[in-house]
Ligand binder design. Structure first.
Ligand SMILES: [Zn+2]
Length: 121
C-alpha cells in the first residue's frame, strides 16, 4: 500500500514536470504539434494523482496499532491459556488490562475473570 503511494507520487511528479515542459514548448514555437490543452490536462492528472496519494494514507495506519500491542509471536505454545469454566483455548485478544490487572473474557462461554493464578509472562 505504501509502495503504491510512492509510485503515485513519482508518476504525479513526472506528469507535472512533463506538462510544464510541454507548456513552455507550446509557447516558444509557433507551429508545434502539441496543443496547449494537452499540457494543462497532463498537469491536472498530476494534481489528481497527488490528491489520491495523500488521501490513501489513513487505512494504512490502523493496521500498525493492532500488531504492536502484544509482543509474543514466537511463544504461542508456551503462553497458551485455557478457560477455567469450559477449558477453551484463550488467545491474547481475549485478555484486557483493567485497572492494572489482566482480565480474561472467554469467547466460548462468556465467563469474565481475572488472571491471578497464571502470571506466565
Ligand atoms: Zn470458557
Amino acid at each position: 500500500m505504501k509502495f503504491g503511494k510512492i509510485t503515485l507520487f513519482v508518476l504525479a511528479a513526472f506528469a507535472l514536470v512533463f506538462s510544464f515542459i510541454l507548456f513552455l514548448g507550446s509557447f516558444s514555437q509557433t507551429g508545434t504539434s502539441i496543443p496547449v490543452w494537452f499540457s494543462i490536462i497532463l498537469a491536472g492528472i498530476g494534481f489528481i494523482m497527488i490528491f489520491f496519494a495523500t488521501r490513501a494514507e489513513p487505512p494504512a495506519e490502523t493496521g500498525q496499532n493492532v500488531t504492536v500491542n502484544i509482543d509474543l509471536p514466537g511463544q504461542v505454545g508456551m503462553d497458551t491459556i485455557k478457560c477455567k469454566s469450559c477449558g477453551g483455548v484463550l488467545s491474547e485478544k481475549d485478555i484486557k488490562l483493567v485497572a492494572g490487572a489482566p482480565v480474561v473474557t472467554c469467547p466460548f462461554c462468556g465467563t469474565t475473570y481475572q488472571l491471578s493464578e497464571e502470571p506466565k509472562w
